[in-house]
Write a protein that binds this ligand. Structure first.
Ligand code: PLP
Length: 393
């Protein structure tokens, strides 16, 4: 049977493809180091697990309101007040099945056929696909490595048409780990206000920052930008809760109402137990979150220092998230490959190190390495990559 056109035009996830190949090699008994993962390698903190168990024992296993339980919405509202001094009401919050589904639902309620969303590249793989699934048009804007892969007001202005509905800002970024400063966000915000463009601010990595800089949400910068922004966040990365699937969106109450209505006919509600777990995450101690951040910080420092020693690998030190995004064009050329995709395949075949080619993120000269794995594994991976290149020099 013919499938709908909307799925025929989907691009398969490059992250999943390389992960599948790495898994297959592992199953054959090879010693594979997989640096493709987009999830923390720590266990979910114990008090969160306990809270979810307790909710089951107490019989809190039934449907919940589509937009999430009021207590969790309140905990999110309190967090926003405490962290960003932003005020939201219950009607401005929807709890979703991960941040991914918050974004998916947002594009569904926002876009008419052919309306455009500006997606700065390199981008998280799902943004363009989700826009396409909503019959919108992703307008990919290539940012410059010299500008730390950040969208500038000039680039944004040039990409706006009469069909532009929204722009996505992801800070700290997957895959680059770069962060926007307050001033940079202000300049972008000005352009968005001038053209009345909605800002989709994906802040899922806000708790994973390794410099003295604080996370700034564009919604904090003025009352007008607060009105113009939908914040997307969740507990997957901050609390190592990827499998629990709890995310949320905050902003304009009409948009949130439409998203809630859409959820009521598609998902009904996020899993009740997971919501009680997320409630504990936001009301309990932050000690574990901080421990994970400190461990990631150490790994970043070490892995970065090892990578920049490797011939043909160029890498600015990221400030957040848990990825490095080096430019390896020269390394691929030293090794005699035409492009980075082939280099990545050969590295996996020969040295059993799995990286994600940057082509999947719209940046074909780079690769993404996740440091959500032990320091020993990271050191061994760096050694193997070095050996792979030096052998061919
Ligand atoms: N946004 C970005 C930038 C991400 O990297 C991810 C996960 O990889 C998500 C959103 C989705 O997170 P989740 O659906 O697990 O909350």
């Amino acid at each position: 049977m013919d499938l709908a056109q909307r799925v025929q035009s989907l691009t398969p996830s490059s992250t999943l493809a390389i992960t599948a190949k790495a898994k297959a090699l592992k199953a054959e008994g090879h010693d594979v180091i997989a640096l493709g993962a987009g999830e923390p390698d720590f266990n979910t903190p114990e008090h969160i697990i306990e809270a979810a168990k307790r909710s089951m024992d107490e019989g809190l296993t039934k449907y919940t309101p589509s937009g999430g339980i009021p207590d969790l919405k309140n905990a999110i509202i309190n967090k926003m007040k405490k962290d960003q001094n932003l005020n939201y009401t219950q009607e401005q919050v929807i709890v979703t099945i991960g941040a991914k589904h918050a974004l998916f639902t947002l594009f569904q309620v926002l876009l008419n056929k052919g309306e455009e969303v500006i997606v700065p590249a390199p981008y998280w793989v799902s943004y363009p696909e989700q826009v396409k699934l909503a019959e919108g048009r992703p307008v990919v804007v290539q940012t410059k490595e010299e500008q730390q892969f950040k969208l500038t007001p000039e680039l944004l202005e040039q990409s706006i048409t009469d069909k532009t509905k929204a722009v996505i800002i992801n800070s700290p970024s997957n895959p680059t780990g770069m962060m926007y400063s307050k001033e940079e966000l202000e300049a972008i915000g000005e352009v968005c206000l001038k053209h009345d463009i909605l800002i989709v601010s994906d802040e899922i990595y806000e708790k994973l920052i390794y410099t003295d800089e604080e996370h700034v949400s564009i919604a904090q910068l003025s009352p007008e930008l607060y009105e113009q922004t939908i914040i997307i966040n969740g507990v997957s990365k901050s609390h190592s809760m990827t499998g629990w699937r709890i995310g949320y969106a905050l902003g304009n109450k009409d948009i949130i109402k439409a998203m809630t209505s859409m959820a009521s006919h598609s998902t009904s509600n996020p899993t009740s137990l997971a919501q009680y777990g997320a409630l504990a995450a936001y009301t309990g101690s932050n000690e574990d979150v901080e421990k994970m951040r400190v461990a990631f910080k150490e790994r970043l420092a070490k892995l970065h220092s090892w990578l920049i020693e490797i011939p043909g690998v160029h890498c600015e030190k990221p400030k957040g998230a848990f990825y490095l995004f080096p430019n390896v064009k020269e390394a691929a050329s030293i090794c005699g490959f035409d492009g980075v995709d082939d280099w990545v395949k050969a590295l996996l075949d020969e040295e059993k190190v799995a990286l994600v080619p940057g082509s999947g993120f719209g940046s074909p000269d780079n690769v993404r390495l996740s440091y959500a794995t032990s320091l020993e594994q990271l050191e061994e991976a760096a050694k193997r990559i070095k050996r792979f290149i030096e052998k061919r020099q």
